[in-house]
Design a protein around this ligand. Sequence first.
Ligand SMILES: [Ca+2]
Length: 724
Amino acid sequence: MPLHLEVPPVKDPELRRSPSPPPSPSRAASVTYNDKYVVVYDFSDIDYETATKEFTALLQNLEATGLHVEVRPGYEQTILLFVKAPSALLGNRVYKLRVRDWLYGITQTRPPGNKYTIVPAWYEAEDILSMDHLVNWPQSMGGAGITPGIGQWKNVKAIFPMHNDKVNQALLRSLSKKLLLSIDDLDKIRDLFGSKVAFYFAFGQSYSAFLIFPAVTGLVSWLWLPKYSIVYTILTVIWCTVFLEYWKVREVDLSIRWRVRGVNKTKNNRPQYKYEQVIVDQYGRTIHYSPKWKQISRQLLQLPFMAIATVALGLMISAVFAVEILISDSYDGPSNLYLDYLPTVLLAVLIPYISSYLETVAKWLTNFENHRTADNHEMSLTQKIFVLSIITNYLPILLTAFVYVPFGDQIFPWLEGHIVQFAPSIGNRLTEMPFRLDSDRLRHEVIALTVTGQLSSFFEENILPLIKHKMSGWYREYRRAYTKDTVLISMVTDDADEAEFLAQRRNEATLDHYNVQDDIAELVLQFGYLALFSSAWPLIPLGFLINNWVELRSDFAKICIEHQRPAPYRAEGIGPWIVSLEILVWLGSISSAAIVHLFSTDGVLSGGWSTLPLTIFISEHILLALTAVARVIFQRFGSEELRRERSEQYARRLSILDEIEEHRRDGEHIGVRERERRKSLLIAGNESFWTKQLEDGASAAAGMKLIMLARKWEQSNGELKKKQ
Ligand SMILES: [Ca+2]
């Protein structure tokens, strides 16, 4: 077997593949994370027969792929399948993935070797990605085809790689000592969690570094310049544009550095993707065809959804807003103190309720849109939720700035008049006070919303999940100790030498899946506050700068502690968030201009000729927006010439691809000798955990025993109950 070794640019010795580190006397130190995966199988909802059948199928699929499986009990009625890839299999997959990348034009040099070549990974996440493919990819592509929660595998709760705690902690420690993340830190995050997650940190890092400039100008403006300063505003608008253009370049740089440029076009179909036909075109390429017009027209459905959501949320927020002002400005009846808090309480109760309903609709809509790749699906859903959060976050400020302050003196007397007419009992309590215009109100609104927004999102993101996780842990312990529920781990005792390892993995199995889009959305929303409203309160950038220092570190800790280790998927950037940022920059230029125009000299613009330029300005920008939408749609259709060129390229590649991607699964065609060799390799390894169920059928027997134990216990318990 020819063995081609490339020089691996490994930065951290902890991040090497299993055979590389020298044997260490301590067992904990010798655990490798690059070649393992955990599959969580939950059989609490199904009967004995179904459970054994499903479990056997699961195991057979994994073993047929050439993976070694150790079975251990999990919490409640779950079985943890610990999957380990033989290094020959994994190294070969890593090699094939590199060849695939080269064929798709992601990398420029052809990796030397043939279909038997085994290479060491350059970093841990590269191995784990291939590990993920072995477990998750369809059988036709040489994987085990385990897709958690879908179809045949609906009782597979999760598949995940294990956290490399030592490296996690070391990196977190070094990050918390630094002011800014270096390129080296970003590389390390990529080595751990893959480029998709690393791009979030890269974006957060660039954004925070850029924030230093408006933080300084903002402080200067706050100290020495007049309120709603025009100089500060112009600088901020320019800064926004410059930052965005910088990030576009930076993203390309990083995607080349991380060898992921163009990786989005190589993504597989998601299992839920529905296609109408399978076509083999003249270049020999299999296409799962679903008409473009159908997809685009389905995606256009989000426009009416967004319109309705905007109107619904908008009406509610405006109503609460009007009540709030009526009460604070002119209501003179009894129990004024309680009434003061009424609108806030109303908003606090109503908004989460309506938002969660709208989110359900958004989820349904995204499923309906039938995206081909998991990336597109995830992104489309996050973008919808992002628009909803934009409305709830920005609308109160927009109402204050552009409705209440300029038109309040007309709207509120009119509103009061109507209340007197239709509800005299309330109306009579409204005093005939002349409308007091409070131009500081905008500033206060901006301060209150940005500060509480950052604080509450920190709490929701970091503190609340920790509390929840702790509580469910306590509850589990309580049930285990005091109730007669079937809990597997109380029937089976762990081997002493694995107890700690198993405790950690059981904990990881209960954690949530991590979605990096949520974190990006949070930063983009923050950027929007800055772009749209910082002219009202120039200390915003300084506050955000401090917030983000904590944010990036606490997000890293959050991934390590509160979430399962994310599968190290690849991405070539932050994707459509660029478009969101562009829109926010554009909105920011309008909003800042209008705020300065309305507030800077204390003179409030009121009707007449002076609003004319503003109207022209806005209508012109609506036109721009339409052009942008059209551009996006046309880009979706793509250029015919480009497609043809790519197809010809593909035909050229196909001969090599055929040789490389043999659609056979490793476990099915290896001989008895190779099987024995792999066993002896496992025994020779330093991890006794992976040698407990080496004999053929041992893992299956262990799993069956666990399922039977649980069911027997339930049976005898049920009979006991009947007898009593
Ligand atoms: Ca975050």
